[in-house]
Design a protein around this ligand. Structure first.
Ligand code: TXE
Length: 453
């Protein structure tokens, strides 16, 4: 029996639409169709798969505005960000459209014959997507998985399925075969768990909370199924006294308040060398005040609302007893608004250790380079981070010393589809994007051909 769930526009708190909640039988039926579609897709000429993905990219490009508007309504993303995200999906598809013809194996010298390796697709790949970046995170899984010859079943988050549903339709419009890329809406405990337990889903890609990711990995282990995990973060933005402080302070709000802080890469701890701590806070305050929170449909908006009422209460709970230094502004009234907030924290404080996933940043002082590295690493997580310094040797030493998968020096960039992305420690397992992502959706087969007469 199919039930539904109601989507809410986070900027207005008004209902948008009812969405079907798939059950196990419907999930199994989609997986069965994917198995059939994959057989044909996997045996296509590489150039044919490449052409099909380029056609998909072109159709997405032609629908950037529609996809962006859907994301504004469903997720509250500012329109400028939502357009970037929709274009990014097309770029990711175009990039991995180059992969089918580049999935070269090796020829290994063996006496008496010819030894070669092949990159075989897994078959059906299950992708479980969170609500914070519904389109982009989906594409990081489905584009390289399809390029490598797999079929994909994809479950968007319950709160934000609209752009994924539309991408599934656009794939069909672009000519991708029926059943090859199926978007299944439903709950994580039913549809997501079925991806984990179903024997025909041969790899799972999960992005979400560390606790659910750990369960997903345990379930995949029982099935001996590979899994890629992109989980939480508590990334450090390290500002040394020798940095360009004006530039570091001006960039800091974007690094943590982008997408209302609902970003696994959010630099939610700012670590500042003690000798410039006061000066940095003086520079940070006007930058936070200038961060524009408001209607996501407005071109000038930097940050929209939080995703839901319950998430807003969770974020607000982090401010209980916190030493708030200053806050930006946010609209009043309906919608799940939350003003950007800067907190002065001690190392043991909850706000300095747990992922808030909201527009709240903890600022902490440090004493020297060794202390900065130690403090940056004093977390269960290890996803992203930034280092601000004008000293090249220090930039190299600290970037090698911080245990995170994605770091940037004198900038906050984390995601470029042609460079690898992923976390260490409790932030994940495996890497997405970059030149090798399509290969991660294959397993290596070695074949020896005897040539002795
Ligand atoms: O994540 P969940 P939620 C963190 C962030 C956030 C918290 C909770 O702190 O406040 O997690 O978010 C599916 N088997 N991050 O509840 O539950 C679920 O349907 C299989 C950080 O949204 O992990 C959704 O599609 N799948 C993170 C997806 O997993 C299951 C991004 C993520 O849901 C499942 C998101 C199950 N048993 C949240 N249970 C980041 N750092 O980027 C749920 N799902």
């Amino acid at each position: 029996m199919t039930s539904t769930f109601t989507l809410i526009n986070p900027a207005t708190a008004q209902p948008i639409r009812e969405i079907a909640r798939a059950d196990v039988a419907q999930t199994d039926a989609a997986i069965a169709r994917a198995v059939i579609a994959q057989r044909a897709w996997g045996s296509l000429a590489p150039v044919a798969r490449a052409d099909a993905l380029r056609a998909f990219a072109r159709v997405v490009e032609a629908h950037v505005e529609e996809l962006a508007q859907l994301e504004v309504r469903n997720s509250g993303h500012p329109i400028g960000s939502a357009r970037w995200e929709a274009s990014h999906v097309a770029q990711v598809l175009n990039f991995y459209a180059g992969a089918p013809e580049r999935l070269s194996g090796q020829q290994i010298p063996v006496a008496g014959g010819l030894d070669v390796t092949f990159h075989e697709p897994y078959g059906v790949v299950g992708i479980i997507v969170p609500w914070n970046f519904p389109m982009t995170i989906a594409s990081w899984g489905f584009a390289p998985a399809l390029a490598a010859g797999n079929a994909v079943v994809l479950k968007p988050a319950e709160l934000t399925p609209l752009t994924a549903i539309r991408l599934g339709e656009l794939a069909l419009d672009a000519g991708l075969p029926e059943g090859l890329f199926t978007v299944i809406t439903g709950s994580g405990s039913v549809v997501g768990q079925r991806f984990v337990s179903h024997p025909d889903v041969r790899k799972v890609v999960f992005t979400g909370s560390t606790s659910v990711g750990t369960d997903v990995a345990a379930g995949c282990a029982r099935e001996l199924k590979p899994v890629t995990l992109e989980l939480g973060g508590k990334s450090a933005n390290i500002v040394f006294a020798d940095a360009d402080l004006e530039k570091a302070a001006a960039a800091a709000p974007g690094a943590v308040f982008d997408n209302a802080g609902q970003d696994c890469c959010a630099r939610s701890r700012i670590l500042v060398e003690r000798s410039v701590y006061d000066r940095f806070l003086e520079l940070l305050e006007p930058a936070v005040q200038a961060w524009r929170v408001g209607d996501p449909a407005d071109e000038g908006t930097d940050m929209g609302p939080l995703i839901s009422a319950s998430h807003r209460s969770t974020v607000a709970g982090f401010l209980d007893g916190a030493n708030v230094a200053f806050r930006g502004a946010a609209p009043e009234g309906d919608g799940f608004w939350f003003a950007p907030t800067v907190v002065l924290a001690d190392r043991a404080d909850r706000i300095a250790r747990e992922e808030v996933f909201g527009p709240v940043v903890a600022v902490l002082p440090f004493d020297d380079e060794a202390d900065a590295i130690g403090l940056a690493n004093d977390t269960a997580y290890g996803l992203a981070g930034s280092i601000w310094t004008e000293n090249l040797g220090r930039a190299v030493r600290v970037s090698r010393g911080v245990k995170s998968g994605v770091l940037s020096v004198n900038s906050h960039s984390s995601v470029r589809y042609w460079t690898p992305f992923g976390g260490m420690k409790a932030s994940g397992l495996g890497r997405e994007l970059g030149p090798d992502a399509a290969e991660h959706f294959t397993e290596t087969k070695n074949v020896f051909f005897a040539t002795d007469a």
